[in-house]
Design a protein around this ligand. Structure first.
Ligand code: ATP
Ligand code: MG
Length: 231
């Protein structure tokens, strides 16, 4: 990795179709996200937002074109090294059976208790964790059935924060939260992650007022790029 490009994400003429599929779901996408920027990816359901972030994590390889992280083609990087650099909160957040604490430490074994508490606080999860009799030692049931959808999302966000990566990707990570919790969480994240690269996927442009750049997808095509007030 090139240190001066740490936190940079670039797409160069990327097209993608899922293995075995006929249709391209991303078509000739190019953009650059500079280190430390907060960028929104917006578009209707099925427009290709999750697919786009999947290519950054290299869950799939671009069919054509190049995806670069920190200035390096992701195909040239060990998957493990790539994923260490990225804190990813998937659209469907997941927990494993084990304590809340072990779930939050996943990806960073050496995290201290203080870091874990701080991450939970930012993710607006501290209150409900502390209401549980065993707090951070609460056992998560198989499949996370003993926490609500919104709690699961907040734990998943806290996990990404504990990891302290250089790039954060939030794929519709606030969809199960009430308005006030979402607002508080977004404010905290803005403060905490102001020097990190942050990619936020959302269906609504209204949630992206503070983004440095918004990328608009429609049916796999990049149809707009700019600031909130320009779109
Ligand atoms: P949403 O807002 O509903 O999450 P999205 O913008 O994230 O939508 P994607 O999930 O990226 O959209 O899907 C883009 C297109 O790719 C859709 O037509 C979808 O059906 C297709 N698709 C998504 N995942 C797969 C897959 N694993 N295999 C084949 N096609 C897929
Ligand atoms: Mg999606």
């Amino acid at each position: 990795f090139d240190e001066s490009k740490k936190g940079m994400v670039e797409f160069r003429n990327v097209s993608f179709k899922y293995p075995g599929a006929e249709e391209y779901v991303l078509k000739n996408i190019s953009f650059t996200i500079l280190p430390g920027q907060t960028v929104g990816i917006i578009g209707r359901t099925g427009s290709g937002k999750s697919t786009l972030v999947n290519l950054i994590l290299r869950f799939y390889d671009a069919t054509e074109g190049q995806v670069l992280v920190d200035g390096v083609d992701v195909k040239e990087v060990k998957q493990e090294d790539l994923r260490k650099r990225i804190g990813y909160v998937p659209q469907k957040s997941w927990l494993f059976s084990g304590t809340i604490k072990s779930n939050l430490k996943y990806g960073r074994d050496d995290a201290t208790d203080q870091e874990i508490v701080e991450a939970a606080e930012i993710a607006q999860a501290l209150e409900f964790i502390n209401e549980k009799p065993n707090k951070f030692d609460t056992e998560i049931a198989q499949g996370g059935t003993n926490v609500s959808g919104g709690q699961k999302q907040r734990l998943s966000i806290a996990r990404a924060l504990v990891k302290k990566p250089e790039i954060y990707i939030f794929d519709e990570s606030f969809s199960a939260l009430d308005f006030r919790t979402e607002l508080a969480l977004r404010r905290k994240l803005r403060e905490k992650l102001k020097d990190s690269t942050v990619i936020m996927v959302s269906q609504r442009v209204a949630t992206m007022m503070h983004a440095d750049q918004i990328i608009v997808l429609d049916d796999g095509e990049l149809v707009g790029i700019g600031k909130h007030e320009e779109l």
